[in-house]
Ligand binder design. Sequence first.
Ligand code: CTP
Length: 470
Amino acid sequence: MNDIQTNHIAEPAPSKKGPLKKVITYGSFDLFHEGHYRLLERAKALGDYLIVGVTTEQYDESRGKLNIVDSLADRIEHVRNTGFADEIIVEDHVGQKVEDIQKYNVSIFAVGSDWEGKFDYLQDYCQVVYLERTKNVSSTLMRLKKTPIIRIGIIGTGRIAQRFVPEAKYVSGVTVQGVYNPNGQHAMDFADHFSLEIGTDNIQQFFDEVDAVYIASPHQTHADYVRQALAHGKHVLCEKPLAFSAAEARELYAMAHDANRILMEAIKTAYCPGFAQLIGVARSGMIGSIRDVEAAFSRLTPQGLREWNDATYGGAFTEFGSYTLLPVFKLFGTEYESLRFDSILAPNGVDSYTKASFRFSRGLATTKTGIGVKTEGQLVIAGTNGYILAKSPWWLTRSFEVRYEDPNRKDEHYVNFLGDGLRYEISDFAYQIAGYQGRAFKLLESESVAMAGVLERFIKERQERTAHKF
Ligand code: CTP
């Protein structure tokens, strides 16, 4: 203990008489390590009674810490096992430290020296002590040791690929290594722009240099790139839609299982913390039994783009259907009794607007998607006691309201959402590659396969309708 120095304020000796001298400290305590142990040991020695605040995963996510591995229960257990904590509390919101210090009548706030100066504002309430951080150990380092940096290669150089690169920078443990495009110039320009190591039209060279791929190529090429990537032993994060038939989606997942590789469909909403919370609230019984889901997504798309020109795979529903189907399948499951599409078609057969109506044994659902019709992009989940309203852009879930018959009664939920939101899916991808369990529920294989099945049926019906019409 003698080698430990305080950087700010001398450590007070423990008092054995008088009122309890309470010390409080906070942390994620993920992958519990020696640095945590020593911090708690010294924090305890500062007083008579140690309170340890352990952060929830949601709170960590909201402050940009996306790679927490251990569950809250495990992290609490590890803190308890040290024997230093007299009381363990959960930290789940900004500003809680000020509340806790007053509520528990705390004398000393202690934290590692990596936070030096950051908590001086608490000096208005108690003493603040920065304890020297133990060198060469951290949860981040331990995560990296377990899985070396994952080198991700991007297939495709379009709009979404351009958003991916800056978002990936927020995820520890991954690096965007390079980009492939059959058009070599496009690949090189992209690599230049984002300072990536590789920009190539040579797919073999590309696969040789990466551990995982993000597929952001035109829709109809997704499945084939997935096959190639898995055949080369790469993990795959594939933009939606993964496939255009249920059988093909099933085949791809089977291939991933056989190759012992992760295959994830990149429907970013599924991985947003706010969306998971919305589904949790909807399923909690607060609005009673869920009887109807209405999900809409429209984005007026300029003529001349792929969405309008590709008569087979373009159109509103193939473009945005995955977003709107997500809450439907999350809330009612994937087994629907009936499904009916109504579309407004452009002369080339592409749908500018589509309504899909489902009947499930437990309720009804409608999805609305538009590239040539603008509508309110909202999600309404109706139940027997009330409803949930998530306004546009609900697919980047930042807030939602629970409403009831009495218009004065309204619960508002706000959830932090950082950047473009792609960082959450990238983080989950890295987490799964590292072999950690527990996040696969966000988009189940069965849900992804069911979405491919709906698209398959839609494209078939649209083709039939177009053939009939002309
Ligand atoms: N801590 C420490 N020495 C270390 C690591 C952490 O003293 N080598 C302290 C932190 O300063 C903090 C507490 O332990 O007071 C909890 O830190 P936490 O953020 O949970 O641990 P880290 O290992 O720093 O986590 P990460 O790498 O994910 O940021």
